[in-house]
Design a protein around this ligand. Structure first.
Ligand SMILES: Nc1ncnc2c1ncn2[C@@H]1O[C@H](COP(=O)(O)OP(=O)(O)OP(=O)(O)O)[C@@H](O)[C@H]1O
Ligand SMILES: [Mg+2]
Length: 250
């Protein structure tokens, strides 16, 4: 198997900061390059799949099956991932409705790393929607360690600041390369200048605007559809700029 360049992008940050929405849109932008993309949804406390993936039949596959399999193989991964009818370059894996952290046997960090390493060989790009609760979600912590690029999402609220004050010391070890994270301030509304928050986060590289149609998409299970209106254009340009910073033009 050939060794490839940068491939793994982890989206991490404070609760409710737009990690899932951003991970979906980044994965879609990468699939637009006609490259195979796997979106990994790590949250096992509030499974994300049933909140973003429209399925005619009940979903019977799970990321939990992969992480608890005796051997993580390409076959196990493909069997537990879902493809999109409308976009053959995009696949997704995550926990299914009703699952919780006790649904599967415990797994160690090495397992999560095995999965991420194998994904590098199976697809061109891996986008990981991490859980904010790093202390409870091993695959998210592993993702922060092995990702080529980490997007750190924060929002304009005191809870977001409080979250980073508590959690950043937990990833201060050099293996996390936390100072290389790409910092993003998310869903900034027009009345918010965002400057105070940019300072509180010691500067950010990108500021994403609040886009009403995006919120509507995430409330109506249509996040995988294109955003068409004018206000979403600026948002789309930022998504493109982040993919370019993470992976170059192609
Ligand atoms: N740019 C945006 N414009 C408008 N609304 C947004 C934007 N980004 C995210 N949102 C909204 O903010 C809320 C939180 O987004 P999302 O679920 O992606 O956050 P999260 O960080 O994944 O949350 P959690 O910590 O629960 O996993 C959702 O209602 C979503 O629609
Ligand atoms: Mg989320």
């Amino acid at each position: 198997m050939q060794s490839k360049g940068k491939q793994i992008l982890a989206v991490w940050g404070s609760p409710n900061s737009g990690k899932t929405v951003t991970a979906v849109k980044l994965a879609m932008a990468l699939a637009d390059r006609k490259k195979n993309v796997m979106l990994v949804l790590c949250d096992d406390i509030c499974p994300v799949l049933p909140t973003i993936y429209k399925s005619k039949a009940p979903i019977e596959v799970s990321l939990g099956e992969v992480l608890s399999a005796p051997n993580i193989t390409q076959e196990v991964i493909l069997r537990n991932s879902l493809a999109f009818e409308k976009n053959s370059y995009l696949s997704v894996m995550g926990y299914k409705a009703g699952e919780n952290p006790f649904s599967y046997a415990e797994y160690k960090k090495e397992r999560a790393i095995d999965l991420l390493v194998l994904l590098r060989h199976i697809v061109d790009y891996v986008v990981i929607d991490c859980s904010s609760i790093l202390t409870e979600n091993i695959i998210s912590t592993a993702a922060l360690e092995v990702a080529d690029t980490v997007i750190r999402m924060g929002s304009c609220d005191l809870k977001s600041i409080s979250y980073f004050m508590s959690i950043l010391p937990l990833i201060s070890d050099s293996k996390f390369d936390a100072d290389k994270h790409i910092k993003v301030l998310s869903h900034v509304r027009q009345f918010q200048s965002g400057d105070e928050y940019k300072n509180a986060f010691s500067g950010v590289s990108y500021t994403m605007p609040y886009v009403q149609s995006l919120e509507e998409q995430s409330e109506t299970l249509t996040l995988f559809e294109e955003l068409t209106n004018k206000t979403a254009k600026g948002y789309g340009l930022i998504i493109k700029a982040i993919t370019k910073e993470a992976f170059g033009d192609e």
